[in-house]
Unconditional design. Structure first.
Ligand code: G4P
Length: 546
């Protein structure tokens, strides 16, 4: 800025100080998700992070699977029965001078579309690996999404308290399989299953962890001088020193640019269940993970953080709480300061959206949100008109890029089982469609009474059936269709494909996309060869197509 004295109006001054506050607050935010294969320990780690940030005093308060755990997502019977989490919780907590927003992702691959949406709302991801298993299929798939979206990834190697693979071997796998250069931040002393503590790679300091009963309470750490641990554990200490020397030789030191550009990943070791390395992970998030930055709009122009309030809807969820049969839209604030009660514009329709009921969702608890800053997640109640991927803004208009829908691979015709409940059936289908629970396809041929449901994974059908029955009192029957490949076509393509066997053209209700469904990829190829110039575009791959 030049040194010229510029007279400012009161409004301008207020804006300048408001801008400064937005920059400071945004700079304190760390918004991330944990990506992992089921059973790697995501729920355990999520709880442990909350425990070590002192949000909860005992693990077991947030997630629910069995026994000591039992809260988050018992809104749906099915989740409990199957032990899966369909709903995504958002945890916000203060840690050091930062505000951490941890977005939970559904554990099951069938809900990868939901995970994809969540990843549209984060600035970083923690890739959680099981020390015995390394990179697993679901981790790889989610990592691909992070790479596509340019999300920097930290790696946490979990379950070091029990037998597993060698640390160097795991790092090698990460580098060879996904081409991400590992940069260890901590290093284990003792092989998996015989963990004695962790060395801080940058300083060489060694820390030992106290044992806690089942990890329910916080473990304490003790700084142990090198000569003491060297005397106590000569073999493990010597091995760790050799490995650290090797790492230094190959230049595995931390490089911020490589991390932020997605070519390298800081790696931390630990055991979420016993709290080992968890506080260190929180520190790494604060120190290394990026704060929110200007987000590109649909035209590719970055929307400055200080621009007027804007947000991206990344998830819409109904029935989270049996007592409130409402619909909540989860919005990531992208710019400006959000204040409860402000009226935002829904970019898709131009309609105003009142934000009187703005909430934070922590497990099953909801609290009112008075204000929020870029990186924060706000739950907006009564979000009937909002869909995942929608933009909301206050004064300066903006439209963020849509979140692409996955290519469905499972299809079924859904019909009301009872003619008397047709109204409820239609309302239910409409609602589940707009929440993005499943894609709803239709055609003149099939009519409104028998739309086609299109899913990335078959569990989505179970969610739809269960919800139609319990929330809408509309029992349904499903008839599976034997299509497995979807391509996007156009009106001319729809004409050409009419009457072809093993092919059907349907319109996606949510966005009017014309989709061609094929029995299999060979049929697709035959058709492609038969019709020159036929538009058949691939959609983003969901579960099995990688
Ligand atoms: P997920 O959300 O990724 O699916 O995994 P979750 O946290 O549910 O953990 C899966 C299993 O791994 C759980 O055991 C959990 O206790 C265990 N686990 C997680 N982190 C660690 C760790 O650091 N060390 C060890 N040894 N185990 C860990 P479970 O027996 O399947 O379930 P539960 O009965 O303990 O709930």
């Amino acid at each position: 800025m030049s040194g010229a004295v510029v007279e400012k109006s009161a409004g301008e001054s207020a804006r300048v100080s408001g801008d400064a506050r937005i920059a400071v607050e945004a700079g304190r935010r760390r918004t991330f998700a944990v990506i992992s294969h089921p059973d790697a320990g995501k729920s355990t780690l999520t709880e442990a992070l909350a425990l070590y940030a002192e949000v909860i005093d005992e693990a077991g308060a947030v997630h629910g699977k069995s026994g000591r755990r039992g809260v988050t997502s018992d809104w749906m019977e099915m989740e409990r029965k199957r032990g899966i989490s369909v709903t995504s919780a958002v945890l916000q907590f203060a840690y050091r001078d930062c505000v951490i927003n941890l977005l939970d992702t559904p554990g099951h691959g069938d809900f990868s579309e939901d995970t994809y949406r969540v990843l549209a709302a984060v600035d970083a991801a923690v890739m959680l690996l099981d020390a015995a298993k390394g990179l697993e299929p679901q981790t790889l798939k989610l990592f691909d999404v992070c790479r596509t979206r340019g999300i920097p990834v930290l790696t946490f190697v979990n379950k070091w308290d029990r037998p597993g693979r060698e640390a160097l071997e795991l790092l090698d796998e990460v580098e060879q399989t996904i081409g991400l250069r590992p940069m260890p931040v901590t290093w284990p002393v003792g092989v998996a299953g015989e963990l004695r503590g962790l060395v801080e790679v940058a300083t060489g300091e060694f820390r030992r962890y106290s044992r806690t009963a089942g990890g329910a309470t916080r473990a304490t750490t003790e700084l142990v001088p090198a000569e003491v641990i060297a005397a106590e554990e000569p073999q493990y200490w010597a091995a760790a020193q050799d490995e650290l020397a090797l790492l230094e030789e190959i230049g595995a030191g931390f490089d911020e640019k490589d991390f932020l550009t997605g070519t390298a990943t800081p790696v931390l070791f630990g055991a979420a269940l016993n709290g080992v390395g968890v506080a260190r992970l929180l520190d790494a998030l604060v120190e290394l993970a990026p704060a929110p930055e200007a987000r590109d709009d649909a035209e590719g122009n970055p929307r400055p953080l200080e621009a007027s309030t804007s947000g991206l809807v990344f998830k819409v969820q109904a029935g989270m709480d049996r007592a409130h049969r409402d619909r909540m839209a989860f919005v990531r604030i992208c710019s400006g300061r959000f204040e409860r009660g402000m009226v935002l514009t829904h970019a898709a329709t131009g309609r105003p959206f009142a934000t009187k009921y703005a909430q934070a969702v922590f497990g099953q608890q909801r609290t009112t949100v008075e204000e929020a800053f870029p990186g924060d997640i706000v739950g907006l109640v009564n979000a009937g008109a909002l869909r995942p991927g929608d933009t909301l803004y206050s004064t300066e208009p903006v439209q963020f890029p849509a979140i692409p829908s996955f290519a469905p691979e499972h299809f079924a015709v859904v019909r009301g089982a009872d003619a008397g409940t047709y109204k409820q059936f239609r309302r239910g289908i409409e609602q589940l469609d707009s929440e993005g629970v499943i894609q709803v396809l239709s055609s003149d041929l099939r009519g409104d009474q028998a739309p086609v449901l299109a899913a990335v994974g078959p569990l989505q059908f179970e969610v739809v059936t269960a919800r139609l029955e319990s929330e809408f009192r509309a029992p349904v029957t499903l008839e599976t269709l034997s299509y497995s490949v979807t391509r996007r076509t156009d009106a001319a393509g729809a004409e050409l494909l009419k009457g072809q066997s093993e092919v059907e053209v349907l319109t996606r209700r949510a966005d009017g996309a014309v989709l061609a469904l094929f029995s299999n990829k060979w049929r697709l190829e035959t058709i492609r060869r038969k019709f020159d110039g036929l538009v058949l575009d691939a959609l983003p791959a969901g579960s099995s197509e990688r």
